[in-house]
Design a protein around this ligand. Structure first.
Ligand code: ZN
Length: 183
């Protein structure tokens, strides 16, 4: 199964690039191993219509490939931003991906809404499939679920403590004064 795993920090880097590149689209490469991103390489967008297209600078792309070979990483994904549209590949994106990078995941960052949205795609043989995008690593995920369990435990303990204190304070109330009986 195909997936792309990015750390929170890597997502922040890509979204930051997309925001600072506005109103233009930005682009770059994600290098790593076995679906796990290790490096984010920003590539200048040389398109003549950068607000709606991206065209990676050839020289920067070549340098990025050399760097990738040197560190022994593989090209996991190409990323680009959509300043005003959803994170879905356009017809141009599909055509270009099939022609230039047929087996490389395409990650699109949409800034259409206030909160950036990311979606990864696999484009091949005219088909467009979603690629599972995982953010964060296993360790932080298990820590998150642990802290959720801890929160529940704390809530239960707080409830029990309050219940205990209430029953304790009731039991410590002075006995009710005897009701005076008429002589
Ligand atoms: Zn696009």
């Amino acid at each position: 199964m195909r997936f792309l795993r990015l750390s929170y920090q890597q997502v922040q880097i890509i979204v930051g690039q997309a925001q600072s590149g506005l109103p233009d689209e930005i682009c770059g490469l994600i290098v790593g191993q076995k679906g796990i991103a290790q490096q984010i390489i920003s590539i200048p967008n040389r398109s003549e219509t950068p607000e709606t297209h991206f065209d990676m600078d050839a020289k920067a792309l070549l340098q990025a490939y050399k760097k990738m070979d040197a560190v022994g990483g593989e090209l996991l994904a190409v990323y680009h931003s959509h300043p005003k549209s959803d994170p879905i590949p356009s017809q141009t994106d599909i055509r270009e991906a099939m022609r230039n990078m047929p087996n490389v995941t395409q990650l699109i960052i949409s800034l259409k809404q206030q909160k950036a949205r990311l979606q990864a795609w696999h484009i091949h043989d005219g088909r467009v499939d979603k690629v599972e995008l995982l953010v964060g690593n296993e360790k932080s995920r298990s820590m998150q679920s642990l802290s959720r369990a801890q929160v529940i435990a704390i809530l239960v303990m707080t409830f029990l403590a309050v219940a205990f204190l209430i029953s304790l304070s009731i039991s410590l109330l002075p006995p009710a004064p005897p009701i005076p009986t008429p002589q």
